[in-house]
Structures are given as C-alpha cells and as structure tokens.
Design a protein. Structure first.
Length: 365
C-alpha cells in the first residue's frame, strides 16, 4: 500500500525553557511557542526531554526528605494522557497545523500507579495524541525518578511528511533500539536531550556547555549526525535550555541547572547539520528539507535496501505492554504479533481482524 507524503517539509526544535515545576504556566508557554511554529510553517515540532514541567536537575543535590517533596511536586505538575492540559495542547497543535513531539514527565495511566515516566507524546495535525514513547531504561540515577517503558513504545507511525519515530537521550546511542526504528521504516527522527555538555574523559565527568565549541567533546553532536546517516533519516535533535534564574520554590545551588544550555540541531540524512547547534539561548530552530536528500544518501547506502543482509543479521522486536494482570487463556499462544498483523493488513489491503482470523485458523489447524 503506497503512502502519499510531502516532497519537502520544515522541521523545528523548540529549545524553550519551561516554567519549572509549574504545569499551568508551562502549558501557557507551550501553546504560545506551538503557535509561533505554526506561523513559521513548521511541519514537525520537537520539544526537549521532559520539557514539561522540566528535567529533574535536583535529583543529585537534595536530602531524601527534600527529594520526596520534589517528587510529589513533580507528580502533581506532570502530564497524564487524560489530563485537560493534553487536550489544550492538542487544540494548539490543531490550530498551528503541525505534528508535535513533546518531551514530558508522564504520570502512569495504569490503575493504582503514580509512577513517572520519561516520555515523548506524539500529536498529529488534528491535535490527537496518537501515541507515546516511554524511555525504556532511565540512565544511572534517573532510575530513582522514572520507571522503565514498555517494549510496545519502541515504534513509529505514519504522517503526511514521513514515518516518524523518536528516542530519549542515551537511547539514541543504543544500537538495537536504533535498528528497531530503522527496520520499521523510520524516516523522520526526534532525538531529545537534557542539554549539551563538555565531556572530560568519561560520561560521568561533564560540565555545562558554554558555546557550540563543546561539540568537539559532546557525544550528542556525533550521535545525531551518525543516527541520520546510518538510518538515512531526517533528525530533529532538541536539547533542554535553562537560564541562570533560580526558579520559584528552589534555593540557590539546589539545581545547578545541570547541563541545560541548549544544543539543538537539525540534520539531513547525509549527516549534514543544517541548523545548530544552538547554545545558550531560547530559540525556535527551523530548517527546510527535501526528500531527495534522503534518496541521494540511499543511492549510496540504503540500510533497509541494497546494503542490508537480513540473512546474515536480523532483529527481533517485541510489542508487549507491561500490564499487572495476565489472564491465562486469552490470546494464549497467538503466533502473530500486533505489528506483524498491521503490516500484513496494509500489504494486502484487508482488516487486521481478517489477518488475525486467518492466523488463528492456521494455528489451530
């Protein structure tokens, strides 16, 4: 089944400072910048990692009692898929006529859980929240803040400008996760980060970038260029920015603002940086792209075509959701995954139900 996609489009990175730990004010600011992106004809707009309502830079510099208070505060100001704030953001997206990838702290929607996740919310042009991605493995002491995401969230979806996917921070270094999105036909990739840094010998020894010259040691710069080239994808890399102003409710030195000094970039499938890295400022970074940039790269090196050897190396990708209850006997032993059923349904232009019925009949024969 063929897909109609635009030959040219504009990507945007909203390197915007949240109103820290303030969901109402951050919501207002989010909608204003979405409107600005719409005025600049952006087709896909990406916000930074956990932009809503801010990355927990405080996680290493507080007592247990203070950490607990801040965790409760973060829970109260984070997004839930059914919250009014999500609907308001959707309205702004529809008005701006763009696709949005929003980095957010997400409150779990499983009954009985208050766990937070480091998530990406994907909105389409109609303003509908079409899917989400939860970071599969929080990095180092981030595991004291966020839970681990579902395998089912390692996915892509179709848009009118290309098949869209996204990963959070060090997930963009994970070889098999990148391969999974590539194998699903990803064409536009959102990479989100908590800032930009100068690295001094190893990942745990880094400081806030003071200028774009930090790209010489910051692993983000080669990572997003390589992601673009190795998958032949357009990459919108959006990094968090925090000014030096101490947010209301925090003490001097309690945050340190970690590495939140921007660093956003927009990269074509040849690994060429067309905008950025933007460091030390709030900005809406934009660049225009053409699908011929992808075709030209794939003419040399097509990771999903002539350069691939699936007989030598292939990949198993699960599409499970981690639920607390498994009802034995329901879908037990089903040999067809949801992703495979969807692919077959599209290929043969039939319903998913028809594909599953045939698979069940073969299984029980």
């Amino acid at each position: 089944m063929s897909r109609e996609v635009a030959e040219s489009f504009t990507l945007g990175a909203a390197q915007i400072e949240p109103v820290y730990h303030d969901s109402e004010a951050t919501l207002d600011k989010t909608c204003r910048w979405i409107e600005r992106a719409g005025d600049r004809d952006v087709d896909v707009l990406v916000f930074p990692e956990t932009y809503f309502p801010g990355y927990p830079y405080w996680r290493r510099s507080t007592s247990i009692a203070r950490w607990t208070d801040l965790m409760v505060d973060l829970q109260e100001h984070s997004l839930h898929v059914d919250s009014d704030a999500v609907a308001t953001i959707g309205d702004a997206v529809a008005e701006a006529d763009l696709h949005l990838v929003l980095g957010t702290n997400e409150v779990d929607d499983r009954s009985g859980s208050e766990t937070l996740y480091n998530s990406l919310f994907f909105f389409d042009r109609s303003g509908e929240l079409v899917r989400r991605h939860r970071k599969l493995m929080p990095t180092h002491d981030e595991r004291s803040i966020w839970g681990r995401g579902d395998p089912a969230h390692l996915a892509v979806h179709d848009t009118d400008v290309g098949r869209l996917g996204g990963l959070v921070c060090y997930e963009n270094h994970m070889t098999l996760s990148k391969a999974a999105l590539c194998a699903q036909g990803e064409e536009i990739h959102a990479a989100v980060w908590p800032g930009f840094w100068e690295q001094h010998g190893h990942p745990g020894d880094k400081t806030r970038a003071e200028s774009a010259a930090a790209r010489d040691t910051c692993d983000i710069y080669p990572a997003v260029r390589e992601y673009a080239f190795e998958t032949q994808s357009f990459v919108a890399s959006c990094s968090a920015y925090m000014s030096d102003d101490v947010p209301e409710g925090f003490e001097e030195g309690e945050l340190g603002f970690g590495v939140g000094n921007g660093g956003s970039m927009l990269v074509n499938p040849a690994g060429i940086v067309k905008a950025g890295p933007a460091v030390g400022e709030e900005t809406l970074l934009t660049a225009e792209f053409d699908r011929d940039e992808r075709r030209a790269t794939k003419a040399y090196f097509d990771a999903m075509g002539h350069y691939a050897r699936w007989d030598a190396v292939n990949l198993e990708v699960r599409d499970d959701r981690l639920d607390p209850i498994h009802r034995h006997g329901h879908d037990e032993g089903r040999s067809l995954s949801a992703a495979t059923a969807q692919s077959l349904a599209e290929e043969y232009d039939v319903s998913i139900e028809a594909v599953e019925a045939i698979a069940d009949a073969v299984e029980n024969d």
